[in-house]
Design a protein around this ligand. Structure first.
Ligand SMILES: *Cc1c(COP(=O)(O)O)cnc(C)c1O
Length: 385
């Protein structure tokens, strides 16, 4: 397993190509969608059209993601959801898929709305419950086990190595949404997973100005991977050149940003762990967290920058705290330089599974003492008791 020192070297050199004609660094942004043929009607670099083969910039981004995750191949897609959905749409009709009860809400919704139409048999198991996973994959032939760890928005931890062993024994493929941990803290392919999915919109780009997603495979010859490739080509969820460029630029600072955000999140989690206004802090980095033992084994160099505070009371006191913050921006999403606070229950609406008194925090790159002080004054102002 590579150390994060090697990773920082890798990302610092992201897109280290220079432009052939001028030597411009970074290399000129290639905006072309189509590729000219020569006099003999031959392609110059076996490229004909952006959606079919990607572009040089797209391939740059893909090779960085592939190397960060220690995979054999990577595909960039137009959003994290497009990447997730590409996996489910590449499965044969009637496939049985096992997913966690708690995961990114958009995917839960997509499976509810479209899983049936796609002919998928979707089975949910409690996060991190290996016995339930074993029962589920052995109850009937299962095509795919989907994991997300730490799982948005309560940061429940799944043991990737143990889950992969159970899934593989039953003949299922394992995909892991690694958006929150990022390859800096967890490398699912090294732990036995077959596929990794990322919302590049979050930490990988890290500046709240790109929507993109990615998939990385441990086996570029796997039939499912070939189907996923074809799904992107024909389904058409290819990111544009500007997003790809910004993503590569964001990746250059990924390791430095993750180290800072994870260290700050731990400081903030520890500060509020015994706070009278806070019922519970969900953060796998806390020794008291139910997922800590697995996380400590599986995660390296930190536990990511995401945590949730359960404010004493019901909806109102937690919303009061969110309303009172001055530094934290009240907004959804995660993984950017600015810290965000979100009341997931309000955002998700009546079918939400998020706890009513929970505030999800995305810790950015501000000084952690300022963030603690901001939350303290907001709690004070909300008169939580
Ligand atoms: C945001 C997110 C997604 C979806 O990604 P988009 O780029 O918004 O489509 C998937 N999984 C997790 C954990 C996320 O946070």
């Amino acid at each position: 397993m590579s150390t994060s020192t090697q990773q920082s070297t890798l990302v610092a050199r992201s897109g280290g190509r220079t432009s052939g004609e001028t030597g411009a660094y970074p290399a000129d942004l290639s905006l072309g969608v189509t590729y000219a043929r020569d006099d003999a009607y031959a392609t110059l670099a076996q490229m004909t059209y952006l959606r079919d083969q990607g572009s040089a910039s797209l391939r740059d981004a893909e090779s960085i993601l592939r190397d960060l995750e220690h995979g054999q191949d990577a595909l960039l897609l137009s959003s994290g959801m497009a990447a997730s959905v590409a996996v489910f749409q590449a499965l044969p009709a009637g496939s049985r898929v096992v997913v966690p009860e708690i995961m990114y809400f958009g995917l839960t919704r997509w499976l509810r709305e479209f899983g049936g139409v796609q002919g998928l048999d979707v089975v949910e198991v409690p996060n991190g419950d290996l016995d339930a996973l074993r029962d589920a994959v052995n109850a009937a032939p299962t095509a795919l086990v989907w994991l997300e760890t730490p799982a948005n928005p309560t940061w429940l931890v799944a043991d990737v190595a143990a889950s992969a062993e159970i899934a593989h024994d039953a003949g299922a493929v394992v995909a892991v949404d690694n958006t929150v941990a990022t390859p800096v803290h967890t490398q699912p392919l090294e732990l036995g997973a077959d596929l990794v999915m990322h919302s590049c919109t979050k930490y990988l780009n890290g500046h709240d100005d790109v929507v993109a997603g990615a998939l990385v495979t441990a086996d570029s010859d796997a039939p499912l991977w070939q189907r996923i490739r074809l799904q992107r080509q024909l389904g058409g969820a290819v990111p544009d050149a500007w997003s790809t460029y910004l993503l590569v630029r964001g990746l250059r600072t990924l390791v430095a940003r993750m180290r800072w955000a994870s260290a700050s999140a731990l400081t903030i989690a520890e500060h509020f762990a015994d706070h009278p206004a806070i019922e519970r802090v969900a953060y796998p980095g806390l020794a008291t967290d139910p997922g800590h033992a697995v996380a400590a084994r599986q995660m390296r160099g930190g536990f990511s920058g995401m945590l949730s505070l359960f404010v004493r009371g019901d909806v109102e006191p937690s919303l009061g705290v969110a309303r009172g913050t001055r530094l934290f921006l009240r907004a959804t999403s995660l993984g950017g330089t600015a810290s965000l606070v979100e009341h997931r229950f309000t955002f998700e609406g009546p079918r939400s599974r998020s706890p009513r008194n929970m505030l999800r925090l995305s810790i950015g790159l501000e000084d952690p003492a300022d963030l603690v002080a901001d939350l303290e004054q907001a709690i004070e102002g909300a008169r939580v008791r």
